[in-house]
Design a protein around this ligand. Structure first.
Ligand SMILES: Cc1cc2nc3c(=O)[nH]c(=O)nc-3n(C[C@H](O)[C@H](O)[C@H](O)COP(=O)(O)OP(=O)(O)OC[C@H]3O[C@@H](n4cnc5c(N)ncnc54)[C@H](O)[C@@H]3O)c2cc1C
Length: 360
């Protein structure tokens, strides 16, 4: 590519991060976002060290950091008995191991921070109220489609690649940090495993709130988790209304690009959120694209999918497997509980090294 002048479809996390990548590589990016304004959408996100590293590479880390929260531990729990099966240390232990911290944030704050940084770059223009369905290049040298899991661009480039819905339903909400529920430490990430579903909650942001997600096979949380331990039921009683999301993922594609158009973020590889890595993968994609544009701009779009697809596919399969482990019942759940209780936390953490150690 002689001049780098990209049309970016979608102004979510992947779209804004891609605009930063193009700008950092010396090009121009115009972001077209269909919404009339950047709404404060979504609840909370966990940002592992790999997401933090990607944000640093994109030059957005300093803007995001003030809005983050650093939980000290993950508590993996059995949702029926309420017992803690394993405490996984985060905090300094984690930061020392991976070189970057494990943080949480409101999605809206992460998005806003990316927006603020992008707005200060002369090479980036952001247009709202601008839905794009035309994939012609016009004056642009390439198109980056960051139009999310329901991407129309993907369906045009790769017919038959519609997102696949699953039985799972996500109930998400943000609420004030509760004062006391027996044996629940609200400073930590709490992951409650239950037959057919699970609940995750953790503090987010500054000022701090509790991000609560309940995943069921359809029923409202209080109905679905009716046989849960008393403390998990008390957690769910904290909220009467949730926003409801349908679970969906993108079938694995062989490539994300066609000619001078590429997919990125959820549009390319949306997965299930059980390893809390969707936004992290979008940030990694953008940081990777930046490195490719800097080193070999002509091949950047081809190399993005050629070199990233193995990782996002592995992440997808691992997220699916994590869901099966979280949601199993009967003897399988008993074996899982024994395994988590007996395994040293370092062994469990080491299984995730390939995710958190990733460097671009
Ligand atoms: C319950 C749940 C929990 C999660 N937890 C985590 C977590 O802990 N950690 C983590 O890393 N990830 C998490 N994720 C995943 C994460 O939210 C997504 O992977 C990430 O937000 C995807 O960003 P994106 O920019 O690719 O897509 P989106 O955020 O969907 O953005 C797409 C944008 O494109 C715009 N658009 C669409 N079509 C057009 C068009 N034709 N023209 C112009 N604009 C268009 C849309 O309006 C939107 O703004 C979670 C997801 C869920 C559902």
């Amino acid at each position: 590519m002689d001049t780098m002048n990209f049309k970016i479809i979608g102004g979510g996390i992947a779209g804004l991060a891609s605009a930063l990548a193009v700008d950092n590589a010396g090009g121009h990016a115009t972001v077209f976002e269909k919404s009339a304004k950047f709404e404060q959408l979504g609840a909370g996100l966990q940002l592992g060290p790999n997401a933090a590293r990607a944000l640093q590479k994109l030059g957005a880390w300093d803007a995001v950091l003030p809005f983050t929260y650093a939980p000290p531990e993950i508590h993996m729990r059995d949702g029926r008995s309420g017992k803690i099966l394993k405490r996984l240390p985060l905090g300094k232990t984690f930061e020392h191991r991976y070189g970057m911290p494990y943080l949480t944030a409101r999605r809206a704050d992460l998005h806003k921070a990316l927006h603020v940084v992008a707005n200060t770059q002369p090479g980036i223009e952001i247009l709202t109220n601008s839905e794009i369905d035309d994939l012609s290049l016009g004056n642009f040298s390439g198109i980056i489609a960051a139009d999310g899991v329901w991407s129309k661009t993907r369906e045009k480039l790769f017919p038959g690649s519609s997102a696949i819905t699953t039985v799972d339903t996500y109930y998400r909400s943000l609420l004030p940090i509760p004062s006391n529920i027996a044996n629940v430490n609200f400073e930590c990430v709490n992951l409650w495993l239950y037959p057919g579903g699970h609940v995750v909650h953790y503090p987010v942001g500054n000022p701090v709130q509790l991000n609560l997600i309940a995943i069921t096979s359809g029923d409202e949380p209080k109905v679905f988790f009716k046989n849960a331990s008393e403390n998990l039921q008390s957690v769910l009683d904290l909220k009467s209304q949730f926003s409801k999301w349908q679970s969906a993922y993108v079938p694995t594609l062989k490539q994300w690009h066609q000619g001078k158009i590429t997919l990125i973020g959820d549009a390319a590889h949306a997965t299930l959120p059980y390893l809390a890595q969707g936004a992290a993968m979008a940030l990694e994609d953008a940081a990777f694209l930046q490195a490719e544009l800097q080193s070999n701009a002509k091949m950047a779009l081809e190399n993005l999918s050629a070199k990233r697809i193995l990782r996002t596919t592995k992440l997808h399969h691992s997220s699916m497997r994590a869901g099966q482990v979280y949601h199993c019942s009967g003897v399988a759940a008993l074996s899982r509980n024994v395994a988590f209780t007996l395994a040293p936390s370092l062994i469990i953490q080491n299984q995730l090294n390939w995710i958190y150690d990733y460097k671009i």
